[in-house]
Each structure stands twice: as C-alpha cells, then as structure tokens.
Ligand binder design. Structure first.
Ligand code: GLY
Length: 355
C-alpha cells in the first residue's frame, strides 16, 4: 500500500509525498515529462541501482561525500559544474537519494542550477522521511555555522520508500525516533493552529501509535509537517514550532563536533525544552515526566554527554539562528508549542541543572 499526502502551497502549487514499501514504483508518475536527463545525487555508501530512476531517460549518478564536512558551497559548485559538462538543461531533473545531508545539498544545487530545476527527494532515513525531505528547506554550511546558506526550494515530489529502512543501521533508525517523538508533542498544536487553516490530511492516527504499521506512523508525521508547511511555508510564525527541542540540539551538535546523531540531539533537546518549560512556569512536572517516559521507552538519550561545558552550551544556544530577539526558544505551554522570546539566563541554567 502506498499512502499519498499532498503538500499544498500558495498559488495553487502542491506536491505529493508517497509513503510505503516500494513507494519508488510511484516515481514514474511524478518525474517531469520534460526531463530528458535524470541526475541522481547520492552517496557511495547508499546501495542503489541508477537504472531504477532513469525510467526511459538518460540517468547519471553524482556522488557526494559522507558527513557534515561535505555540506559545503564547494560541493554545490562541483555538482553544478558536472551537470553543466553533461549538458543538463533547466527541463531536466535531479533525484536526491539519501539522508538529510543528500536532500539538503541536492535540493540546494537544484535550486541554484539554471536558477532552479526540478528536484525529487528520495529520503533513505527515518529522519529524512519525516522531516528533512519535506517542506523545501535546503542549505549548506559555512565555517561560521550550520545551514547558513540555502534556499526554500520545494521538490516536485517526495518518495519515502520504507524498504530503505530495513537496511538502516539500528542506531540511525533509533535516532529518527527523536524527531518522531517531537511530532507526538506537536500534534495538538498543529491540529489547533494549522487545522483551522487547513485540515491535517492523511492517516488519522497518533504518530506514536505502535499498533500502526511503520509507514502509517511515518505518513502521519508527514501529514502534520505538510499542514505546518502549507500554513507557513517560509517560517514567518507557525513553522518555527517544528524546531521544538532543536535549540539545545543544535548547540549539542556543534559542541560535540556532530558526534551525536541529529535525532539523539533532538531527544536531549526535547527534555531540555520540557525542563525549561517547567522552569518558566509554562508546563507541569507531569508534562515533563511524559517527555522523559516517552523518550526513555525508546531508549533515546536524555541528558548531554558528559564533559560538555554548560556555559559553552548556553552561549551556543544564544547564537542559534532561531534566536530572533534575545534568547528565543520553542516551548510547550498552555497554548501549545510556540516561540517564546527573552528567556532568562537563570532559567536556562536551572533547566540544564535539572537534566
Ligand atoms: N526542519 C524544520 C523545518 O523544516 O522547518
């Protein structure tokens, strides 16, 4: 069974997200008819057969390196030069097959090449399927910080083929649950705020309903994210709620030199956001305990790795690009999950101590 969720955007634009085992069978229907060439952007470690993506066109594979050090403008230049030498035109298509790094880089290169060509994302990780590949955020890093140069460039379609997850290392899959737990806490906010603008269209199940097949849980998260993106494509408000748990997560990723997986950092960040919500009088101790119970049951980390300097973490949190006005966090509270500005340093320290 393939579940299709549409991401409706302004101006009558929309694109489908296909979710399910063998969802790749749906690619033929979303590949632009104008495309004569298919540039498959992926990594050497991802076992794929490029002919799967050609579908009667000429296909070539373009490998990018593994790890954050390759998420650079120089990788974008290398890709665009190779596409140009191959004769890629603005009618051709990029298919980005991999985790968040590949879809971010492939998406940004597609956004720049010939001032923008079509891209289809084929996320191969749980994190990619429920977050990175949906919503059109693309970016690369600068030495000065993560994702500092990028573009909103919506894909033509997204194919979440869950057979990729069967070969994903267990630790990588577990890390994806950090983001999935985020959707559990976001769901009431999205229902209340996005729901009146646009119904959350997709399977009506809880993201954490383990009685549901994995693809239905993934499709639920996609539907929640699609509703948020549809309501606020360029993050002028609501979309920031997707960053629940991410302020400490980004600081931890930088402080550990990206040794923590993103979803692990988000899990720790969710506990911190809950403790900070408690310290600022926004949520109860029971709500904090709910965060701990859910993340603990999935064997996700709940405190920063030992040896990290607390004051460095606080400085890094202050530099997070979501910090618009003093120290800004996305916190749970009586009105759901929302952006909170001007959080006091003392509360930030107290919440770290509580971890
Ligand atoms: N990953 C957060 C967003 O797409 O807005």
């Amino acid at each position: 069974m393939i579940i299709t969720i549409d991401v409706p955007l302004g101006g009558g634009r929309s694109y489908p997200v296909l979710v399910g085992a063998e969802a790749v069978a749906g690619l033929a229907a979303i590949l632009p008819k104008s495309a004569k060439r298919v540039a498959v952007v992926t990594q050497a470690s991802i076992p794929i057969d490029p002919s799967t993506w050609a579908l009667g066109r000429e296909a070539r594979t373009f490998h990018i390196g593994e790890g954050e050090p390759h998420k650079t403008l120089s990788t974008i230049e290398t890709l665009c030069s190779a596409w140009s030498r191959w004769g890629m035109s603005r009618n051709d298509v990029v298919v980005a097959v991999g985790g968040g790094l590949v879809t971010d880089v492939g998406g940004f290169a597609a956004a720049c090449y010939h001032r923008g060509i079509a891209v289809i994302h084929v996320p191969t990780t749980l994190l990619g399927m429920i977050d990175a590949a949906i919503g059109g955020k693309t970016a690369v890093n600068l030495p000065e910080g993560k994702n500092l140069v990028g573009a909103y460039w919506q894909p033509t379609g997204v194919v979440c083929d869950t057979t990729f997850l069967t070969t994903l290392p267990a630790a990588e899959l577990r890390s994806g649950w950090g983001e999935l737990v985020k959707y559990h806490f976001l769901e009431p906010t999205v229902q209340a705020l996005a729901g009146h603008l646009l119904p959350v269209d997709g399977p009506a199940v809880a993201p954490l309903d383990d009685a549901q097949p994995e693809d239905v849980q993934i499709a639920r998260c996609v539907a929640l994210k699609a509703a948020v993106v549809a309501a606020d494509e360029r993050e002028s408000g609501l979309r920031a709620c997707l960053n629940y748990g991410h302020t400490l997560a980004h600081a931890l990723e930088i402080a550990t030199g990206f040794e923590l997986r993103h979803g692990e950092a988000v899990a720790i960040g969710l506990i911190y956001a809950a403790e900070l919500g408690f310290e600022t009088g926004r949520i109860s101790a029971e709500r904090v305990a709910e965060h701990r119970d859910i993340l603990g049951a999935r064997d996700l980390p709940m405190r920063p790795p030992p040896g990290l300097d607390r004051s460095e973490l606080i400085t890094l949190m202050g530099r997070d690009k979501k910090a618009l006005d003093g120290i800004t966090f996305v916190l749970d509270g009586p009105h759901g999950i929302e952006t909170v500005t001007g959080v006091a340093g003392l509360a930030m320290e107290a919440a770290l101590s509580r971890m």
